[in-house]
Design a protein around this ligand. Structure first.
Ligand code: FPP
Length: 248
């Protein structure tokens, strides 16, 4: 079910009551950074920087609201088509986040994982990502999957290639097995996918894993997606009835 919620709706006075049924795994398509910047007469990269600041806040709120796994769509396989300066800016953001935030994330019990292809990234960034994954691998307060140079179709293609490389027999290919070949491995599928800035598209994000995810779309641009907006999304989710194709 897709639900669009007006940004202006007030959050009730009883706000931030513990959620009876928080989603375990939330995916976020952090859209609208460019429009946020444009509406302020700023360069697009300023929108991505503001979006990064917002991500830091959303990580804290995730822990507070009981979310255990967060997957963020930071750079898609299609984002290479953007102007080189913007692509470089996004690469620099990833590098800076690791340089500046890694120890703080580690101290706060965040486990970092990467979804996507590292090969195309600068060797220095690749090494930093691998170091961050290794350093934080035993943390369990929040698992943060960073989808960077990630595409859902690309992920399915590489999963099939690896199945073939492993000589798996056609009759042994099951949904469970194919899931294990995805970047998300044995992780539970996302329960909720949030998309900011009002677009009704999956944009190639977790297209295998989100088969039964609930979608929540808000018109708010990502840098403005604050604690109230996040709570509203999680609260809406906790009131939904999930039937997984079953009858009522
Ligand atoms: C979509 O907005 C956003 C992106 C393509 C990049 C999102 C990245 C961040 C928020 C930085 C966080 C990154 C890391 C590595 C932690 P858009 O540019 O498509 O916005 P528009 O649709 O308004 O143009």
């Amino acid at each position: 079910m897709v639900e669009i919620v007006k940004a202006t709706e007030p959050v009730p006075e009883t706000k931030y009551l513990p959620l009876p049924n928080p989603p375990y795994h939330v995916g976020i398509i952090m859209d609208g950074n460019g429009r946020w910047a444009k509406s302020r007469g700023k360069a697009r990269i300023e929108g991505h920087k503001a979006g990064t600041e917002n991500l830091r806040r959303i990580l804290e709120h995730s822990v507070e609201f009981g979310v255990k796994m967060l997957t963020i769509y930071a750079f898609s396989t299609e984002n290479w088509k953007r102007p080189p300066l913007e692509v470089m800016g996004l690469m620099n953001i990833l590098e800076n986040v690791i340089d500046r935030e890694l120890m703080e994330l580690h101290k706060n019990g965040v486990q970092l994982r990467h979804l996507g292809k590292l090969e195309k990234l600068r060797p220095a960034i690749r090494e930093k990502v691998q170091r961050a994954i290794e350093l934080t691998k035993d943390n369990d307060r929040l698992i943060l999957n960073v989808a960077f140079n990630y595409g859902g179709r690309d992920e399915i293609v590489q999963a099939v290639q690896n199945l073939i490389r492993d000589n798996v027999k056609p009759e042994d290919v099951t949904e469970d097995l194919l899931s294990k070949y995805m970047y998300t491995g044995a992780s539970p599928d996302p329960d909720l996918i949030i998309r900011t800035s009002g677009e009704f598209r999956t944009s190639n994000f977790l297209i295998w894993q989100a088969a039964y995810a609930e979608y929540y779309i808000t018109p708010v641009y990502w840098p403005d997606f604050d604690k109230d907006e996040y709570y509203k999304a999680l609260h809406t989710f906790s009131q939904r009835e999930r039937r997984y194709g079953d009858a009522k």
